[in-house]
Structure formats: C-alpha cells, structure tokens
Design a protein around this ligand. Structure first.
Ligand code: PFF
Length: 449
C-alpha cells in the first residue's frame, strides 16, 4: 500500500516530532500550574499520584493518540471517523474529535491570559522594576496587574497574534520552525534556575514538600486534579497530539518516541517545582497561594540573586516561549479540521478560530476585575473553564481515545502501526487502554460526585 501523507505537511524527522510534541506538552502546565496545584494539594502524595497517572494512564493514551493520527493522517474528527468506518464501527466516534476541538478553544481562552501575565513580567524584569522586591510588594504588583483589564487585554491580544502568525504559516514554515529553536534553550535555563534553587536555604524544605508523601492529606478531589493535570500537561484528550501524530514520519517507532516525550515533560515539571518551592520556603511564603505562586515567588528570588535581572528576564522569556509552542498546538487540530472539512484556506481558518478564542479570552480576563462577581457553579469564568477542561473534558476525551484504541480499531491496524518490538509489550499496552485507563478515570469521576 502506498504511504498516506497529510495534506498539511509532515515533520522533517522523528526528532522534530519529539520536539514539536514536547513543545506542545511543556508549557504553562509544567512551570505555572504544576507547582501551584502541588502547593494547594499538600505536596508529596499529590506528586506521587500525578506520576502514577502519567505512567499508567497518560503515556499509554498518548501512544493511542499518535497511532490513530499517524494511521489516518487527518485531523481528529476525520481520523476517528475514518478509522471507525474502516474497522466497521459507527462514524459517531468523530464526535470525540469535536469535543476535543471545543476543549482546545476553551483552554486557549484562559491559557492566553496567563501567557499574557508572562509577557508583562518579561517587561517588568527587563526594566529592573522587580530588582530587590519584597514578597509583599511582589504580591501587590501581581494583584495590581489582575485588577487592570486594559493591560490584560493588551497582552492577551499580543499573545493571540503571536500564535496566529505561527499557525497560519503551516506545519513546516510555522510549527516546525518555532519549535526547534527554543526548546533546547528552555532546558538549559531550567537547569540554571534549579542550580540556584539548590543553593538556597529552602531547598531541603522544598524537596521534602515535593517528595515526602503523607497519604492522609490526599482527597479524591486532589486525585482528580492530579489525573486531570496528567492529561493537561501531556496535551492529551483533545486531539493536539493526535494531530501532531498525523504529521509524523512513518518509520519512527511510536513507543520509544512517546516515552521520550513523557519523560521530558515530567522532568520539566519536577524541575520547575524544585526550583519554585525552595524559593517559597526560604522566603516564608505560602505554597498554597494559588495561580499567582510563580508570579510572586520568582520575582522575589530573581530580585535577590546576582544577575537576577538578566536571569529573571530570560526565564520569563522562556516560559513565554513554552506557552507559545503549547498554544500553537491548541489551535492546530481545529485549523486542520477547517481546512480539511470546510475547505477554508489555512490563513482564513486561523483567523476565524483566533477571533473566537480571543473573544472568549476577554471573559476570562474579566474574572479578575469587571466580571469578578459573575460565577458558574461557584467559580469565576477563568477557574470554571480551567476546571471544566482539565478535570472533565480532557479525561473524558482520554477515556474515549483509550476505548477507541482498545476496543474499536481493528487490532491489526494497531499492531501494524505500533510495531512494538515484543508481543508482550503490545499486550500490556492493549490491556491498559482497554481496561485500566477507562476504569481508573471512571472511578475517579464517580468518587468525585
Ligand atoms: N500541555 C500544555 C501545558 O502543559 O502547558 C497545555 C496544553 C496544550 C493542553 C495543548 C492541551 C493541549 F492540547
């Protein structure tokens, strides 16, 4: 059979795919969200559950997404529809892709606001405004930013445009080029920051906070947060990785590739935590401070260290880049769909989707100021969309992908595409996507009701 190709293009090599998918996975989820939810959920036990979720549920589902995408070479709705049909099953499976596209837009709307905070902090560090800042003053500065809708809107708009420029340029000239330059630099800077954190008095307190586990501190809600975050951080359950997989070279092995991505993503999250918590503890701050954690702790740390202004600036630049490469992957599945199904040009599709996501973002930024009284299920718009997507839509999307890979697609398709070295490995994977992943997610959902 002649090899199928995606009409959108394909990655130059297996390593480009790894970098692109890691670019999608490594983002605000690792550096901003993981430390603050770990802080809110008591530390070690939460980290342990998170690691288990990544290994037992996240990575096997990622294998499923990549193989579905690469086999079908289309955006998720079309990929799921076609593979279901080829396997003699209902076309309705395509609806899972539709839910994923919706999740992508909803995530983008709050992701872009946080990315906007990062852009603001790039300028604040560059100008020296944060030099020598106390933790009280850093807290007040962050509060001030949240209270100012005009500034938030400006940065949200700038970030949205940055994403649209790349997505509209396409897979090779846009996505591939954006990814391959900045990812290595991100790792280097994280290590530099870790080195700094290790030299502070709070390192041991930070280490114990993250790795000593006291299971009695764990609630079912915390388990759901850990599970949801494992999907969020690996960009699963909404079709980003499936779409990236549809551009993957045929010969590359899916198993080892996905494992590499999972390990890189986890390392970045752990390093981010190990960099941030020591700073929190050595300055007597509260680890449960919530979404502002990174924006308050890091300026204080950089404000005190030698060359802190430079490192602070570079660090926020790199968080911005990490957010950028992730946000691109939030848009790509829907843009690819609009091009395939509606026949739009990529530029028009990007602009249309970008406008919708941008408008929704305004509702999110309002949560901190002009719309702070408006709540849905007791949460402001920002928190509600974060909760709805990460804790409900992504795990749900993930279950469906697992069920699809385990029960719906013909086993022969999966075997051909995965070509695992050993039959036993295939069996283990199949068992996880058929039973373990769907059951685990369902149980956590039910216990949370
Ligand atoms: N994985 C990204 C992060 O950790 O920041 C966020 C994300 C990107 C989630 C793409 C979902 C997605 F499809």
């Amino acid at each position: 059979m002649q090899e199928k190709k995606s009409i959108h293009g394909s990655w130059a090599s297996r390593w480009i795919f790894i970098l692109a998918a890691t670019g999608s996975a490594v983002g605000l989820g690792n550096i901003w969200k993981f430390p603050y939810i770990t802080g809110e959920n008591g530390g070690g036990a939460f980290v342990l559950v998170y690691l288990l979720c990544i290994a037992l549920v996240g990575i096997p589902i990622m294998v499923g997404e990549v193989f579905i995408g690469r086999r079908a070479r289309q955006s998720p709705v079309n990929a799921l529809t076609d593979l279901a049909q080829e396997s003699g099953q209902s076309k309705k499976w395509g609806l899972v892709g539709l839910m994923g596209m919706l999740a992508g837009v909803l995530i983008f709307s709050f992701y872009s606001i946080v990315a906007g905070w990062v852009l603001q902090y790039i300028f604040s560090t560059a100008s020296g405004a944060l030099n020598g800042i106390s933790s009280e003053a850093a807290g007040a500065l962050f509060e001030g930013l949240l209270a100012d809708p005009t500034t938030l809107l400006m940065w949200h708009t700038v970030f949205t445009i940055m994403v649209l420029v790349v997505v509209s340029a396409g897979v090779n000239a846009g996505l591939e080029r954006a990814t391959r330059i900045m990812m290595p630099a991100l790792f280097v800077l994280l290590l530099v920051l870790l080195g700094y954190a290790m030299s502070t008095d709070g390192f041991s307190a930070g280490w114990h906070f993250m790795f000593d586990f006291d299971v009695s501190k764990l609630s079912w809600d915390a388990v759901l947060v850990a599970l949801g975050h494992s999907f969020f951080t690996l960009s699963l359950g909404m079709g980003s990785i499936m779409t990236y997989g549809s551009y993957m070279p045929k010969r590359a092995s899916i198993g080892s590739t996905v494992l590499t991505i999972g390990i890189l993503d986890t390392l970045v999250a752990l390093v981010a935590g190990l960099a941030i918590f020591p700073i929190i503890f050595s300055n007597g701050m509260d680890p449960a401070a919530g979404p502002g954690l990174m924006f308050i702790s890091l300026p204080v740390a950089f404000g005190q260290m030698a060359f802190g202004q430079l490192f602070g600036f570079l660090f926020f630049v790199l968080i911005g880049v990490a957010a950028w490469t992730s946000a691109i992957s939030l848009m790509e599945p829907t843009v690819a769909f609009l091009v395939e199904r509606v026949g739009m040009t990529r530029k028009k599709a990007t602009l249309a989707l970008g406008t919708v996501a941008w408008a929704l973002g305004i509702l999110c930024l309002g949560s901190f100021n002009f719309m702070s009284d408006f709540t849905l299920f007791g949460k402001n718009t920002f928190d509600f969309l974060d909760y709805l997507t990460a804790n409900i839509m992504l795990p749900l999307g993930g279950i469906f992908v697992a069920l699809f890979a385990g029960w719906v697609v013909k086993e022969k398709f999966a075997k051909d595409e995965l070509s695992f070295k050993s039959e036993a490995l295939f069996k283990v994977w199949k068992f996880i996507v058929k039973f373990i992943a769907p059951v685990a997610v369902t149980v956590v959902f039910i216990l949370n009701l």
